[in-house]
Design a protein around this ligand. Structure first.
Ligand code: ADP
Ligand code: MG
Length: 317
């Protein structure tokens, strides 16, 4: 497949219309932002062999490349609008491109996001997606608003994706719910948008619960206490030894649930929003005046996890 044909194919398949005002085909995309909205932009790169295994089904690659970016928009309480796709490909194989496009389409379905541009180059497989979303002026949810006394919440269980990855790396068959968490993470877009009006701070869990809650704590100059017994678990984690399960729940990345802090008075509305958008809203702890994120056992003593999160070369990705 030639580069020109690839771009034509992507433009046709992913909803962007060549020649349309905001579509693909000019030297740049012209995007209209309503006067009462702000643009939220986020970008993430997936590199073969680092973020996904060589030979992974292109449908899964396409799905994840867009889903992890949509999750960042969810964490910011933004509504998806447009995305850019920067593809570095060793060769442009038609079957690969069709599968990849199908995965992108699956992730985009129902979100309203449209492909409006990108770049295509030759080299080792790497995919960068840049998403743009819209929020009401001043309404973006950030990491910086947590207040002492807030309740810490999570939109679903964590540790499943990391459990599936460890199983695959060690030649075991992952439990179906863990494999689904790894391959088909669900960006919590509806819930994130509701949290924009209800929560003080939010983040998506990509590095691991403790690491990501640590980002909120640092940005907000607060501490937090997590009650280990309150962490939601899942069928696929239930057979693990307790310590291993706890460490996956606290440190496993890649689940893309939302972690947020909110005043207790918001909780009835938060629970209704979670129900309406098909996720959970579980209270897992409190924001404190301290500086650290601590994990407490049921007897009130502190639990020291084996690992706090996933890091690349010393900096979190
Ligand atoms: P230029 O040489 O001016 O940078 P390109 O040939 O790179 O132009 O791109 C032509 C058009 O195709 C642009 O609108 C660009 O956004 C779009 N495009 C290129 N690659 C991709 C891609 N992988 N996905 C979506 N749009 C793409
Ligand atoms: Mg170019």
């Amino acid at each position: 497949m030639r580069e020109f044909d690839l771009i034509e194919y992507l433009a046709g398949a992913l909803g962007a219309r060549r020649g349309a005002h905001e579509g693909i085909g000019d030297d740049g995309a012209v995007l209209e932002v309503p006067a009462d909205r702000q643009l939220v932009v986020s970008t993430d790169t997936l590199v073969e062999g680092v973020h996904f295994e060589s030979g992974l089904d292109p449908v899964d690659i396409g799905y994840k490349a867009l889903a992890v970016n949509l999750s960042d928009l969810a964490a910011m309480a933004a509504t998806p609008a447009w995305y850019f796709l920067n593809l570095t490909l060793p060769a442009i194989g038609q079957r690969w491109v069709e599968g990849f496009t199908q995965g992108l389409r699956q992730a985009a379905e129902g979100t309203g996001i449209r492909l409006v541009g990108g770049d295509t180059t030759n080299g080792p497989l790497s995919i960068t997606v840049t998403v743009c979303g819209l929020v009401k002026r001043g309404a973006a949810l950030t990491r910086a608003g947590a207040e002492p006394g807030d309740t810490v919440g999570i939109s679903g269980p964590t540790g499943l994706a990391a459990c599936a990855l460890a199983d695959l790396q060690q030649g075991r068959t992952p439990a179906s719910d863990c494999l689904r968490a790894l391959r088909r993470p669900q960006p919590r877009l509806g819930f994130g948008q509701a949290l924009g009006d209800l929560a003080h701070s939010g983040i998506d869990v990509s590095d691991g619960l403790l690491a990501d809650l640590g980002h909120i704590a640092r940005a907000s100059s607060v501490g937090a206490e997590i009650e280990l017994a309150r962490l939601p678990s899942a069928a696929g984690l239930s057979a693990l030894p307790e310590q291993q399960r706890r460490d996956l729940q606290l440190g496993g990345g890649d689940d893309y649930e939302l972690c947020f802090t909110a005043p207790e008075s918001s909780w009835p509305a938060i629970e209704r929003a979670a129900l309406a958008s098909g996720c959970l809203a579980i209270r897992i702890g409190q924001v404190t005046t301290g500086e650290e994120v601590r994990v407490l056992l049921p007897d009130g003593s502190e639990y020291t996890p084996a690992r706090r999160g996933y890091e690349h070369g010393g900096s979190s990705d």
